[in-house]
Design a protein around this ligand. Structure first.
Ligand code: RP5
Length: 169
C-alpha cells in the first residue's frame, strides 16, 4: 500500500465547527492533507468506530478528536486505533470546557491521548502538532513549519521594535 498519509479529524457536533475551522485553516495553510467528519462517541458510536477503522485503512496517520462537556470522543478514538490521537476540549456547556479538558486529558495509563488547550488555541495547536508528527517523514512540511515559527518570531520582534520607537519618541 502506498497511500499519502493524512490527518483524520472528528468532532462530536456541528456546534464544534466554528472552533474547529481554525484546525482546518491551519492544516490548509501548511498544505497538510486532511478530512473531517461529525461523529459522536455517544450519539453515533457505531459510525465513529467504522469511520476510524476506514480512515486508518485509507492512510490516516494522525487523528484529531474534538468534543465538549463529558468529552469521551478522543479516548474512544484512541481505543480504536494505535495511531497518535490529539484531543481538543471544546469550550461548551455551563463549565466552559473545564469538564471536557479533564475528560480528554485524564486518560488511564495504556491508551494515550495528547490533549491540547481548550478552544481555538487548542484547535490551532492540534493542527500544528499533527503536522509536526507528519513532518518526521516529510522534509518539505518540516520546512513549512519552521517558516511559520520564523514568521511568529519576526512578528514579535516587529512589535517590540514599534514599542521601542514609541517609547524613545
Ligand atoms: C459534545 O457535546 C459535542 O462535541 C459538543 O461540544 C457538545 C454539545 O453538543 P451539541 O448539543 O451542541 O450537539 O458531544
Amino acid at each position: 500500500m502506498n497511500q499519502k498519509p493524512f490527518v483524520a479529524i472528528v468532532m462530536g457536533s456541528d456546534s464544534d465547527l466554528p472552533v474547529m475551522q481554525v484546525t482546518l485553516d491551519t492544516l490548509n495553510a501548511l498544505e497538510v492533507a486532511h478530512e473531517v467528519r461529525i461523529t459522536s462517541a455517544h450519539r453515533t458510536p457505531e459510525r465513529t468506530h467504522a469511520y476510524i477503522h476506514d480512515a486508518e485503512s485509507r492512510g490516516a496517520a494522525v487523528f484529531i478528536a474534538a468534543a465538549g462537556m463529558a468529552a469521551h470522543l478522543a479516548g474512544t478514538v484512541a481505543g480504536i486505533t494505535c495511531k497518535p490521537v490529539i484531543g481538543i476540549p471544546m469550550e461548551s456547556g455551563p463549565l466552559k470546557g473545564a469538564d471536557a479538558l479533564y475528560s480528554t486529558v485524564q486518560m488511564p495509563g495504556g491508551v494515550p491521548v495528547a490533549c491540547v488547550t481548550i478552544g481555538k488555541a487548542g484547535a490551532k495547536n492540534a493542527a500544528l502538532l499533527a503536522a509536526q508528527i507528519l513532518s518526521i517523514s516529510d522534509e518539505a512540511l518540516a520546512g513549512r513549519i519552521k517558516a511559520d515559527r520564523q514568521a511568529q518570531a519576526e512578528a514579535v520582534m516587529a512589535k517590540d521594535n514599534a514599542l521601542q520607537e514609541q517609547l524613545n519618541r
